[in-house]
Structure formats: C-alpha cells, structure tokens
Design a protein around this ligand. Structure first.
Ligand SMILES: [Zn+2]
Length: 315
C-alpha cells in the first residue's frame, strides 16, 4: 500500500493456502487468483450457491470486534486484515481471493504465509497507473485513550504504540516507514520488519472465548498466548516487541481497505480495527481531506468521481 511503483500489480499465477478459520476452527481453502488492473482485492465465496463477490473496501466493513469483517447481501468474510496487509506490503493492487468459508484462514497469526504464497506465485506489473490517496490535512480519531492521528506526508509511515500492564509487554513503540523507491525495497522492509509478527491474546480471554464457542480455531499455532507471567508458546517470541509490530501490521491491513495506498504519516496508539475503520471513514467523509493522484501523471483525479457514489448512502 505504501509501495511507490507507478504501476499496478497482481500475481503471476494462482496460489492456494489451506489453514483453519479462527472463528469456526474448521479447514478453509484460500486461493489467490491474478486479476486485471482496477479490479482491486475482491473476496469470492465459492462455497455459497450465489458465489458472492465482496470487495475489500471500507464501505463493506460490517464488524470490527476481534477482527475486520466485510459483508455484502447476507454473505461475509472475516479476518481479512493479515491477508490485506500482505497484499499492501508486497504492492499487490489486484487479486481475487477465493474462499471455501466465511473467513480467511488464520495461518500462523501473522502475514508470513500469505507473503510466502504471493512470492511463490510471483508478482506481475500491469500496464495501468497506480492511484494513491494523498492526505491534504491532518485527520485524527480518538476513543478515550485510543487514538489514530495522520499528517500529510509523501512518505508512508506508521508509528505504533501500545501500553499493557503485563511485564512482557508494557509500553512498546515501533516505527515503520517506507521512503525507498520501489515495490521490491518496500516489500523487503515489510517482510523483514512486520510480516511475521503474530497476533496475541491472554490465556484467560482464550478460555473465556472457547467457552462461548468463539475463536474455536485459536491456539498456540496461530497466536502468541500469555498467562499472567509468561509466553506459553514453546518457541517464544519472534521479536522482543512482536506485540506492537503486530499492531502496526493490523493498521496496514485495515488501511488497505481504502483500495489504494495512502500517503500519510500515521500514529496509532492502543489502536484496533474499530478505530482504523473510523479513521478511514473520517478521511473520506470530507473531500478537503485528500486527493487521489495517479502516479506518474501526478494528476489529481477528482475525489468526487472516486468516492461520492459509494459514500452517498453512508453519510
Ligand atoms: Zn491482527
């Protein structure tokens, strides 16, 4: 999403991942297919008779508790954020994501396996200019002590911070910024710094959720789990500050629901999916906040042309 290549891209060929759904605990098959320019990332529920297509777009967000869920006309797709982050981090603008269930498999709780699959399939540039959303003025959203603040910038940067009363987490800050010129260099930073940071939870919450029949697929295979004292995963942490890195990864995945990279310097503090969605809606609610630019032409595309139809009903 923060890649600076002028052209859009997709996968060279299809690639399939099989994993469990975090919510259902059942096996989910997920195939990423190449797609043409201007297609965007679109989820396809091939398990349903009407084969609904659900575009990865902020206007399709229906739930933000525990994960980001998209929906349309009775069909939904949950837990899209780590796959969206992988696409954004590698500069994939267009793909059809075929699913055998209503959720993206959780894999190892990070973006790593999606990244590996996309790199295995290969990335193909398309002969169409990439559009970006360039922030024109500061936009922020606060819920109590949670906040997200964005400033105009020609670089893409996310500074994440968290504060937990657990001795292994405490206060953590991580700054991710992309200034280099190509998708390849952006992808390298993303893969090295963020892609393998896993989601996390506390044992007491996991036990509570399982009792309620929720997060049935959640296990030490797809999340860092902590008790009061320590990390229960035998392999330990992948980074000392894996927790805040994962929060930055989540922000990147949710911000990708703009459907194009955003040019802004963003700070997220104790943030989550709900706040990310509220932020995107706020940015798009006022056309003075942004312009849409075609890279290589540096021509502002009318923001009204881009978003007014989709948002007319939302506001
Ligand atoms: Zn996450």
């Amino acid at each position: 999403m923060h890649a600076k290549s002028m052209k859009q891209s997709t996968l060279k060929q299809k690639v399939t991942l099989i994993g469990v759904g975090l919510h259902s605990g059942t096996k989910v098959r997920c195939t990423l297919h190449p797609a043409p320019a201007h297609h965007g990332i679109v989820f396809v529920r091939s398990d349903l008779r009407s084969i609904p297509h659900i575009k990865a777009d902020i206007t399709k967000v229906t739930r933000t508790d525990m994960c980001t869920t998209l929906g349309t006309e009775g069909a939904s797709v949950a837990t899209v954020e780590h796959l969206m982050a992988a696409c954004a981090g590698l500069g994939i603008d267009n793909a059809a994501v075929e699913l055998s269930a209503g959720e993206v498999p959780i894999m190892d709780g990070s973006s790593r396996e999606f990244v590996d699959a996309i790199l295995e399939a290969g990335i193909r540039q398309l002969p169409a200019a990439r559009k970006v959303l360039r922030l024109r003025r500061a936009v922020s959203v606060r819920y109590g002590d949670k906040r997200i603040e964005a400033l105009p910038s020609r670089k893409f940067a996310v500074k994440g911070s968290i504060s937990f009363g657990h001795r292994l987490i405490g206060d953590q800050i991580f700054r991710y910024s992309v200034s280099a010129g190509t998708d390849e260099s952006t992808a390298t930073s993303f893969v090295r710094e963020l892609a393998s940071a896993r989601t996390f939870g506390f044992l007491r919450e996991v036990e509570f959720l399982h009792k309620k029949g929720l997060a049935l697929g959640g296990s030490l295979d797809n999340a860092i789990v902590l008790d009061e004292e320590r990390v229960l995963n035998p392999e330990g942490l992948r980074f000392k500050n894996e927790f805040v890195r994962h929060k930055v990864l989540d922000a990147i995945g949710d911000l990708a629901l703009l459907g194009m990279p955003i040019e802004a310097s963003i700070e997220v503090h104790k943030s989550g999916h709900e706040l990310h969605a509220a932020f995107l809606r706020k940015v798009l609610s006022d056309q003075e906040n942004y312009e849409i630019v075609e890279l290589g032409r540096e021509r502002a595309v009318s923001s009204a042309e881009e978003f007014a139809p989709a948002f007319a009903h939302a506001y």
